[in-house]
Design a protein around this ligand. Structure first.
Ligand SMILES: Cc1cc2nc3c(=O)[nH]c(=O)nc-3n(C[C@H](O)[C@H](O)[C@H](O)COP(=O)(O)O)c2cc1C
Length: 184
């Protein structure tokens, strides 16, 4: 699958997973895609805890109230360093973890698995910190995303996106479409 097909096929999957395990080799490939993401000042500030232990997954589901985590054979907790690049002019911890997460979504899709970016739901009731404590994440770091990963048992599709013309323009904001200058 090329990158454009993965971008088109990627979707937030909230259905059930087939019972088969995700081989560690595939989980490593997915996380290496995250590791290969760009990062501000090349600080590589994002860390990853890969969970394929059923008891831990059940505990994470209990903390978060997420049935999809409980039903997943594996998950990746994406961990941000909030102090990343604090010694530089700009902090980029959020951008770093977001870039890593998107790379992993595409890798998950390319390998035939499904996932969903669980982030907003972690911010309630101190859930992120509780998951972090469960996984031994240092108090100086923040669990920002959980990606449950497995073979989807149901079909899923990407939510509809607004058309190009509503969100992107050549050369100026909201510029009317004009003929391509290529070759002129
Ligand atoms: C920053 C961010 C936070 C998100 N948080 C959640 C979440 O907590 N729970 C959830 O089910 N989906 C979450 N999502 C997934 C979005 O709901 C989903 O990407 C969006 O509805 C578009 O659907 P699509 O991914 O199929 O294109 C989040 C996505 C992003 C990028």
């Amino acid at each position: 699958m090329d990158v454009f097909e993965a971008i088109e096929r990627r979707h937030s999957y909230r259905g059930t997973f087939a019972p088969q395990r995700v081989p560690r080799a595939d989980l490593e490939r997915i996380v290496i895609a995250g590791i290969r993401a760009p990062s501000g000042y090349n600080a590589q500030s994002t860390s990853f805890v890969i969970v394929d232990d059923a008891d831990l997954l059940a505990k994470m589901a209990g903390i978060t109230g997420s049935a999809i985590i409980g039903g997943a054979p594996a998950a990746v907790a994406v961990v941000m360093d909030p102090d990343a690049t604090a010694d530089k002019e700009f902090r980029f911890g959020i951008e770093d973890y977001a870039a890593a997460a998107e790379n992993m979504l595409l890798a998950v899709t390319a390998l035939g698995y499904a996932t969903v970016w669980l982030d907003g739901m972690l911010r309630r009731e101190d859930r992120a910190a509780k998951v972090g404590a469960l996984l031994g994440v240092p108090a100086s770091r923040e669990v920002r995303v959980i990606l449950p990963i497995g073979v989807p048992a149901e079909l899923g599709v990407q939510r509809e996106k607004k058309p190009f013309a509503e969100r992107a323009w050549f050369n100026a904001w909201a510029a009317p479409a004009s003929p391509s200058r290529t070759g002129s």
